[in-house]
Design a protein around this ligand. Structure first.
Ligand SMILES: *Cc1c(COP(=O)(O)O)cnc(C)c1O
Length: 435
């Protein structure tokens, strides 16, 4: 019998994270202090991040050990399963072999706890009492609420107001894990007040919520800020995904021709792909790596590669990345986790160096792919993850035309159990595309 699900043992949870920085063909441009335009000093970041994460952000060590306490918590759901999508392949009548790594098995339902656990751990070790963060669709806020509950830390989540209204169950989930959830823009911070004074009905955006969460952390000694994507240490923590996937594929004597992931800030994409890109950069293998974004937020495919702020107000250091501009507020598509104006600086540099490719899809074609997937494989994908599915299906159909037996690996970054209203909107025929 052909394998459908490839599982690893608890002992096979990776013991180290893979840091791509020393392997990159072009060194990363440093983050800049917005006032001086000089590279940011580690001490500039210490009001909001623990030392250990600041070190990881700039580390040139190729591998960084994962603390046992973090691996113990990973063990609650890791190693995550790798599936061979036999039923999807049959539906598409493709000679391609399609595999997907399923990160929806975490308690929060996505890949995000992989970094949330690590970040909460280092903050706890350095004596913090509270973490602040932002959340768009609610997945990151849920992941950090979960992680802080494991380490007895408090958690304050600034949730983009439109999502707070549209996704009340995500809010409930965060509260269930003990977090304090505040709709953003709020009156609790100066950044929020500034937005509200010019636009009292602002639906909010990730950029605004980031400004609020950073201000809260920077103005309270017992609190640090935590970011769920974009930064180097987040990409680092997510590499457990690709390391496991490589091991699992090897059990089926496979190595991918294509690796596909959706990109909001770039973390699940980095997680699945970097351990394979390592082989590509060191010359031992070739693989086509594709980042998938929504047409509503074309940061890689249409954005500019330049220094920009990570937030709307301009509190963060300047990061060199593909960006739509920090004041860009993406249309309210259903894949809320992909509504970010910029991208990870590492992913951006790899794209500029043509190590990876990028494509963009409209939301209706993405939901159609998500439904095909749910009706063949059974798992209900998050709208974000359905972007990767759409691309995998397209590649599989190309293989049908050319009769090529390629191996396709994509990351199913999360489940869509909290996204039923989005599926309702698709089935009602009211969903619109942004061109
Ligand atoms: C947050 C999220 C994303 C987008 O964030 P990345 O950092 O680009 O991975 C994608 N999929 C799911 C399920 C998410 O929760």
């Amino acid at each position: 019998m052909q394998k459908t699900k490839i599982l690893l043992d608890e002992n096979d949870i990776p013991k180290r994270w893979y840091n791509i920085l020393p392997d990159m063909p072009t060194p990363l441009s440093p983050p800049l202090n917005p006032q001086t335009r000089e590279p940011v000093e580690p001490k500039d970041l210490s009001p909001i991040f623990p030392i250990e994460l600041i070190k990881q952000e700039v580390s040139q060590e190729k591998f960084i050990p994962i603390p046992d306490e973090v691996r113990d918590i990973y063990a609650l759901w890791r190693p995550s399963p790798l599936y061979r999508a036999h039923r999807l392949e049959a539906e598409l009548k493709t000679p391609a072999r399609i595999y997907y790594k399923y990160e929806g098995v975490s308690p929060a339902g996505s890949h995000k706890p992989n970094t949330a656990i690590a970040q909460a751990y280092y903050n706890m070790k350095e004596g913090m009492e509270r973490l602040t963060t932002e959340t768009g669709a609610g997945q990151w806020g849920s992941a950090l609420s979960l992680a802080t509950s494991y380490f007895d830390l408090k958690c304050t989540v600034y949730m983009v107001k439109i999502s707070y209204q549209q996704k009340p169950y995500r809010k409930s989930l965060m509260q269930l894990w003990g977090a304090d959830v505040i709709p953003s823009p709020s009156n609790t911070t100066n950044a929020g007040k500034k937005i509200l004074s010019s636009n009292p009905d602002s639906p909010g955006s990730l950029g605004i919520a980031i400004s609020e969460a950073i201000e809260d952390a920077a103005t309270h000694d017992n609190a640090h800020y935590s970011l769920g994507s974009v930064l180097n240490h987040v990409m680092l923590h997510q590499t457990v995904i690709g390391q496991e996937a490589k091991e699992q594929l090897a059990q089926d004597d496979e190595y991918p021709d294509y690796i596909i992931g959706c990109v909001g800030g770039g973390s699940n994409f980095s997680g699945i792909s970097f351990p394979f890109i390592m082989d590509k950069l060191t010359g031992s293998k070739d693989v086509n790596v594709i980042a998938v974004e929504p047409t509503a937020c074309l940061s890689l495919t249409r954005g500019e590669f330049r220094y920009d702020f990570g937030d709307t107000i301009g509190l963060t250091p300047l990061l060199k990345m593909y960006t739509m501009g920090h004041e860009y507020i993406p249309p309210a598509i259903h894949a809320g986790g992909l509504r970010y104006h910029g991208d990870s600086p590492i992913v951006s540099q790899l794209y500029a160096d043509k190590v990876i490719d990028a494509v963009a899809y409209n939301q209706t074609e993405v939901f159609k792919a998500g439904v095909t997937f749910a009706r063949t494989e059974g798992i209900v994908p998050a709208p974000e993850s359905a972007h990767a599915i759409k691309c995998a299906i397209d590649k599989a159909l190309e293989c049908r035309k050319s009769d090529e037996k390629k191996t396709i690996l994509f990351n199913l970054s999360g489940h869509g159990h909290f996204d039923m209203s989005a599926y309702d909107s698709y089935f009602s025929g009211n969903m619109t595309d942004i061109k």
